[in-house]
Design a protein around this ligand. Structure first.
Ligand code: SF4
Ligand code: SF4
Length: 387
């Protein structure tokens, strides 16, 4: 990870957006469930208008977000300003709402990601690269420079710490290794080898990708990936606060929540008002990783490739490395985190496919899994920041 000099704005990385378009689907409003935060100037405008002021709260549901935000109906429903799945203040909606389905991540450079939970992605319409450039221009160079300068310091500190602990590994090396390990990342035995490597592998500082790949392929497949998928998959639904549960926007545009309660996974349909209606109750042990068809495996690999290229994910692995006290080589932490994500997505897609009556995962089933899962991925704790 090369640090950039403060004040110089490197060319933003728009690779994930290239060749992609989007059109907002009327009646979807998934992004109106993600509580929009207000920029300081927007807070002044909203608080200065009696109608807008009613929709403002002083604290966001996430303790990590500071400043004012828009009110959610029933504390975990849709935005106060959503009426019959339409924005009632469309021309005055905050910057946060206008950025969807894009995310701007600032690490050692600026990178734009697409939010793959948006069903409107890849429909003919707005060119995402052009939208990204337009969005970046709204931030202004001064703000971007300030954000970059502060994120670069965090990344530089991480690099120093990793070097001091002799666990450093270059971005090119970890990403290169993952791009070679596509078959292992979509196979239960391969994933088991990856998990053994992540936990017990022995990697020298600054190894080339081939060394990491060899170490993975030589690792014993010890972990039961099906068991692990179940434990980790269910854990993501084990949250007391409904506003923090992942939301799935189904093909019929209903919003669905899943929560672990009394040992069962309870599926709820979420109403605009925040009210919920139970529609299914599942024994978690009945959900297993479904077999991948050839097209399903390719779709899963494509998703892993996207994640592998995201700087926010690299920042997430750096966050984990720091959390674990630099005990493990960064290559092990990164590859372990990627393997975990592949397992979680596979399980999530299996859950949705089982509910839909499918017994294998093709391209469409993986796509549904990605729609349900990607929002969580973009929310992972990371060093660097989305702005
Ligand atoms: S998630 Fe995408 S399709 Fe749905 S409302 Fe938001 S931008 Fe539109
Ligand atoms: S302000 Fe409008 S676009 Fe933004 S979250 Fe609320 S209803 Fe949705």
């Amino acid at each position: 990870m090369a640090s950039e000099r403060a004040g110089v704005i490197p060319k933003p990385d728009l690779t994930e957006l290239e060749g992609r378009t989007y059109s907002c689907i009327e009646g979807c409003a998934l992004c109106c469930l993600c509580q929009p935060e207000l920029l300081p100037n927007e807070e002044r405008v909203f608080n200065g208008d009696p109608d807008l002021r009613r929709g403002v709260v002083s604290a966001h549901i996430s303790p990590d977000v500071r400043g004012a935000a828009l009110r959610l109906k029933g504390s975990h429903g849709a935005c106060h300003f959503l009426t019959e799945r339409r924005c009632s203040i469309y021309d005055r909606r905050p910057h946060f709402c206008r950025t969807f389905p894009l995310n701007v991540f600032v690490g050692w450079r600026i990178q734009l990601n697409a939010n793959l939970s948006c069903r409107g992605l890849d429909l003919p319409g707005v060119d995402l690269s052009s939208l990204g450039i337009e969005l970046l221009s709204e931030y202004g160079n001064r703000r971007l420079s300030r954000e970059l300068s502060s994120a670069a310091k965090v990344f530089a500190q991480f690099e120093n710490n990793a070097n001091d602990a002799s666990v450093s590994q270059s971005t090119a090396s970890v990403r290169g290794a993952v791009s070679i390990l596509g078959d292992e990342l979509t196979d239960d035995i391969g994933l088991s080898r990856l998990m053994t490597y992540a936990e017990y592998g022995n990697t020298a500082q600054d190894s080339p990708p081939a060394d990491l790949v060899r170490a993975v392929r030589e690792a014993e497949p010890e972990a039961d990936i099906h068991q692990r998928a179940l434990i980790d998959g269910v854990e993501l639904f084990d949250l007391a606060d409904l506003s923090h549960l992942p939301v799935y926007v189904a093909p019929d545009l209903s919003w669905k929540l899943f929560r672990l309660k009394g040992g069962s996974i309870i599926g709820w349909e979420l109403e605009d008002s925040g009210e919920t209606r139970e529609f299914c109750k599942i024994d978690p042990t009945s959900v297993d990783l479904l077999p991948l068809t050839t097209r399903g495996r390719r779709a899963l690999q494509r998703y892993i490739d996207i994640v592998n290229a995201r700087d926010c994910f690299l920042g997430h692995a750096a966050y984990l490395c720091d959390l674990e006290g630099y005990e493990f080589n960064f290559g092990q932490v990164y590859i372990g985190a990627i393997a975990n994500s592949a397992i979680d997505l596979w399980w999530r897609a299996s859950l949705m496919a089982q509910l839909a009556g499918a017994d294998s995962l093709g391209r469409d089933e993986i796509r549904e899994g990605v729609i349900f899962f990607d929002m969580d991925m973009l929310d992972l704790p990371t060093i660097g920041a989305f702005i």
